[in-house]
Ligand binder design. Sequence first.
Ligand SMILES: [Zn+2]
Length: 360
Amino acid sequence: MLHERIPLLPSTIGTQREVVRLTYGPQGADMKVYLQASLHADETPAMLTAHVLRDLLQSLEDAGKLAATITLVPVANPIGLSQHVLGQFFGCFDLNSAANFNRGVARPKDVCARLEGRLRDDVVSNRRAIKDAMRALLDASPPATEFDSLRSTLLKMSCDADIVLDIHCSLEAVVHLYTDVEAWPRVESLARHLRSRAQMLFVGADLGLFIDWVRLAWADVRAHVGDRYPIGEGAVTAIIECAGERDVSYESARQQAQAIIAYLVERGAIRDTPSTPDALLHPATPQAASEHFYAASSGIVVYRARIGDVVEIGDAICDIVDPITGGTVTLRSGTKGVFYMRRAIRFITAGAEIGRVTGG
Ligand SMILES: [Zn+2]
């Protein structure tokens, strides 16, 4: 295992943060896997999953079973990890700029222009050229702030990966997963190994997510190249949501880490006997079909649906109780699907998000 410390640009004099990268398996293998945990720094279960992955990957490396270069970033956001204000932990947004650490990632431009004259009839050299072009594009935009430095560092470490798994969690939630509809046939078994209860598929969306950078870079190259040159499949990218933020246990972390390892065996990154996961618990659904509930008024949220429930149209999701007026408003689902996430704090302001159902 190669242990590297990559310094970030400091935000103020006298401070210096760093990202730690652990690399397992043969350096420079044709296949590369990138795993990162807790880009939203307060999503602690992801870090514990990475902790278990670390031991599993080390054992596999010692046994000579790694066929791919596997990069693990067990703590992807040292900026967010330090944001504690009056006892509250703010890890999703950069307190300096209000930017979400997993939004606003600019779509890559000019990858295709950088490939001019570099492709031929050899898939291996073409893939290398595409990955070189992605790296060169990122190198051409040096960061100016600590926030940009973190983003740039993580993108540079992941842009040449064939599999990118961004490990998060939600507030109160079942294990669920996001990927794009084109990648779904290659991601389905990951969802099955994870015993994921909801799989949301993006259709052609650019949400500015971390995984969108490499996903869209490949999509643009594919559209540009067409059938003129062989380039193989684009990168597989997915966001794994390790249940809710308080679901921190060795048991769940081990289950999730073992699921990721089983998936990497199937994808050929690890030389081991593949295992057959159980069938999906619920079918994948378009992300756009997911119903997001928002509070029409402020009050105490009393949930009537449990996380993981399959709700029907008209089923009660929650009540919002106003102890000043004595009124109670019941919020009902407009969709049939899995109630896969809900808020963690039980008092709500008007307009705030209450939870989500997958839809169909
Ligand atoms: Zn997150």
